[in-house]
Design a protein around this ligand. Structure first.
Ligand code: PAF
Length: 282
C-alpha cells in the first residue's frame, strides 16, 4: 500500500497506476474508519482495478469550530484497516497541503440550488467545502469511480450535480447505509456518544422508519408526520435539528410528479449531531 501525504507524490503514484491501464476507484473519507467506510472500499474493489482512499478531515466543510476540534482522528488505526483491505493508495494530506494559501484564498466550487437548502441552510458553507475538496481530490487522483455512502444523501445529490455540471469524467457510485444490529447508521460521530446515549441512538432510525411506513400506507399529512416525529425524538433526549420529507430527486417539496420521497433527519444527542435518511416509493 502506497501512502502519500503531498500532492506531487500522490499524482506520481496515480500516474504509475494509470500507466498500467488500471481503472481507479476513489473512496474519499475523513478517517476514523468504520464498517461503513470499509464497505465502500470493498465495493470499490469490485468495480475497479485499483482502490485509492483519501483520509482528510477537511476544515473547509466545518461550520462549527468545536465540531472540527472534536472530530475523531485515528490515522494509525485507519492505515492498518486499509492495509488489511489491500487498498493500493492512501492520500493523507494536511490542511496546509490542501489549502497552502489559506482557506480564505482557496478557489472554491459551489453547486447552486442544492448547497443552500435543507442541511445546507443549517450548516452554512458546509456543502461548498465538500464540493471544493472533492473536486480537488478528483483532480489529484483522477478516478474512474468515486464511492459515497447514502447516509449523506444531500452530499451525494450535490456531488452528482457537480460532476454533471463540470463534465468531470468520474462515475459517482453510491452505497446503501451500513447500520449496526439495532439500526443505527454507522458514523464516526457515534464514537462521541455517551454510554447512555448510545443505547438511545437507534431511535433515530426507528422514528424515520415509522414515518416511512405511515407514508407508504397513504398518509400524506407531511407537516403532522414531521411534527409528531420531532416531538417523539425530543421526548427521548434528542434535540431535533431538522426533519424534512422531500422529493428524493429534486430535494424540493413533494409534488404529483414525485415518485420517490426521502425523509431526512438530523438531531443532536448530547454533543454529536447525528443524521439519517430513508427513501419511500410513493
Ligand atoms: O462524507 C465525508 O466524509 C466527507 O464529506 C468527504 C466526502 C470525505 C469530503 O470531505
Amino acid at each position: 500500500m502506497i501512502i502519500t501525504k503531498d500532492i506531487p507524490s500522490a499524482v506520481d503514484a496515480v500516474n504509475q497506476l494509470k500507466k498500467q491501464n488500471a481503472t481507479i476507484a476513489l473512496v474519499p473519507t475523513m478517517g476514523n474508519l468504520h464498517e461503513g467506510h470499509l464497505t465502500l472500499v470493498r465495493e470499490a474493489k469490485k468495480i475497479a482495478d485499483k482502490v485509492a482512499v483519501s483520509v482528510f478531515v477537511n476544515p473547509l466543510q466545518f461550520n462549527n469550530a468545536d465540531d472540527l476540534k472534536n472530530y475523531p482522528r485515528t490515522l494509525d488505526q485507519d492505515l492498518a484497516k486499509l492495509e488489511q483491505e489491500n487498498v493500493d493508495l492512501v492520500f493523507t494530506p494536511t490542511p496546509q497541503t490542501m489549502y497552502p494559501n489559506g482557506m480564505e484564498n482557496q478557489t472554491t466550487v459551489f453547486v447552486p440550488h442544492i448547497s443552500d437548502k435543507l442541511e445546507g441552510k443549517l450548516r452554512p458553507g458546509h456543502f461548498k467545502g465538500v464540493s471544493t475538496v472533492v473536486n480537488k481530490l478528483f483532480n489529484i487522483v483522477r478516478p474512474d469511480f468515486a464511492m459515497f455512502g447514502q447516509k449523506d444523501f444531500q452530499q451525494v445529490a450535490m456531488l452528482k450535480q457537480m460532476v454533471d455540471d463540470m463534465a468531470i469524467q468520474v462515475k459517482i457510485v453510491t452505497v446503501p447505509i451500513v447500520r449496526d444490529s439495532e439500526g443505527l447508521a454507522l458514523s464516526s460521530r457515534n464514537g462521541l456518544l455517551t454510554a447512555e446515549n448510545k443505547t438511545k441512538a437507534h431511535l433515530l432510525h426507528k422514528e424515520i422508519s415509522g414515518l416511512a411506513k405511515a407514508i407508504k400506507e397513504g398518509n400524506r399529512d407531511f407537516e403532522q408526520l414531521k411534527a409528531s416525529a420531532r416531538r417523539s425524538l425530543d421526548s427521548t433526549g434528542f434535540k431535533t435539528d431538522s426533519i424534512d420529507i422531500v422529493d428524493a430527486v429534486t430535494l424540493d417539496t413533494i409534488t404529483e410528479q414525485t415518485r420517490t420521497a426521502v425523509i431526512l433527519v438530523s438531531a443532536y444527542l448530547g454533543t454529536p449531531r447525528l443524521i439519517d435518511n430513508i427513501t419511500v416509493e410513493l
